[in-house]
Design a protein around this ligand. Structure first.
Ligand code: FES
Ligand SMILES: [Fe+2]
Length: 398
């Protein structure tokens, strides 16, 4: 929580940005628009506004259900400096809590593992897998202390097609309403039948928005990726560029994600019957605020871009394949082909991200004009600027 003085400073910063004429250049139609001033990526104030106005309000995908196979399995996360723990309770339901003891706030769970309960390492307050306080040494001597009034603070949790989402909001939009458009558009991928085979993690010294925008920037694909995916990608058919959660969806022909450019498995059983499905199938879609879904005929490999500070991001690629393929004796060997190629593409992207951020830290950086092919990027930047400037979430861009 920022101090009142900090909050005042951030609000003042927000008001100044609302009046910035250079921001107005972003608001023009795409044919006339320019990129947004550098402080949107490099300033601590914008980062704090994003935390409160985006990340503390939205549903955030963070994990896969299969990462918690057993009762008591838990994982800890730190999301924009908010520590949380996700665990599977005795009824096999996934639960999320603030990872802060109800006594003085010490983290009660560390790392990942399996537990019957969580004991705070400081004074030993004990919590069950539902976050209820079940032990508090010496607290029977505290007048009127009622254990049942204390617990780990619950965080909203929802699951969709194997994905685990959390929301810090006190009263978030109902998860089923949030997820309905994604289910309608991408339910056919049957991600619930897929299992996590690997996570590829790369950390980059840049603002989190650069890789999010980059994944819907098809202006760079044939240039920066000329040694990998560039030559294999066909012309996109935009399904839609819309406001809000479904900011960008594109279907296009491309090859499976390995150097051979051929599937090593076949077509995923769950999508076989999808109209027009063949080895050239590819979809790319933004899932606000920090996920980008990619699929080919033989795997789904969404990315999550997690801010680690104003100038650092952790990019995690979740490699999902049908469970039955993962039983094959040579699965790990084949997977290595997909991992190597996917990482090569990620590293090509990462190679320009630090430079983008570096430019934005300079007051002498002048943002340039946008290209037609930056349609998705233009739409998303406008949407995010609306949110951090507190201008609502209802504008439509296309
Ligand atoms: S801070 Fe956890 S028991 Fe005191
Ligand atoms: Fe790229």
């Amino acid at each position: 929580m920022t101090s009142p003085r900090d909050t005042q400073h951030v609000m003042q910063f927000q008001r100044q940005a609302q009046l910035d004429e250079k921001v107005a250049l972003l608001r023009r139609s795409l044919n006339e628009a320019s990129h947004v001033p550098g402080y949107f990526y490099a300033s601590q104030e914008i980062y704090e506004l994003e935390k409160e106005l985006i990340f503390m309000r939205d549903w955030l995908p963070i994990a896969r259900e299969e990462e918690f196979p057993e009762v008591g399995d838990f994982r800890t996360y730190r999301i924009l400096d908010e520590p949380i723990v996700v665990t599977r309770n005795q009824q096999r339901q996934l639960q999320a809590f603030a990872n802060r003891c109800a006594h003085r706030g010490v983290a009660v769970a560390q790392g990942n593992g399996n537990a019957h309960e969580f004991e705070c390492p400081y004074h030993g307050w004990l919590y069950d897998l539902d976050g209820k306080l079940i032990g508090a040494p010496y607290m029977d001597q505290a007048d009127g202390f009622d254990k049942s009034s204390c617990r780990l603070k619950p965080i909203h949790l929802g699951t969709w097609q194997g994905w685990v989402f959390v929301s810090f909001a006190v009263d978030p939009i109902a998860f089923k309403d949030h997820i309905a458009p994604y289910e309608k558009e991408f339910g056919f991928l049957n991600q619930g039948q897929l299992k996590l085979a690997d996570k590829l993690v790369v950390e980059v010294n840049c603002n989190w928005k650069f890789p999010v925008e980059n994944l819907m920037d098809n202006y760079h694909s044939r240039i920066l990726h000329r040694k990998t995916i560039g030559p294999t990608m066909g012309v996109e058919r935009f399904k839609g560029v819309r406001s809000g959660a479904l900011a960008f969806t594109a279907y296009y022909p491309a090859k499976p994600m390995n150097r051979e450019g051929k599937t090593l498995f076949g077509i995923m059983p769950g999508v076989k019957d999808h109209e027009g499905m063949d080895e050239t199938f590819a979809v790319s879609a933004h899932v606000a605020p920090w996920m980008h879904l990619f699929a080919r005929c033989d795997n789904v490999h969404p990315f999550i871009m997690e801010p680690l500070g104003v100038g650092r991001v952790r990019i995690t690629c979740f490699q999902l394949f049908p469970e039955e393929w993962q039983q094959q004796a040579d699965f790990r060997e084949k997977l290595a082909h997909y991992n190597e190629f996917t990482l090569a593409v990620v590293n090509e992207d990462a190679s320009v991200m630090e430079s983008l951020h570096d430019a934005c830290t300079s007051p002498r950086y002048e943002p340039g004009r946008m290209a037609r092919l930056e349609l998705g990027v233009w739409n998303l930047i406008n949407y995010n600027v609306d949110r951090v400037l507190g201008l609502g979430e209802t504008r439509l861009y296309e």
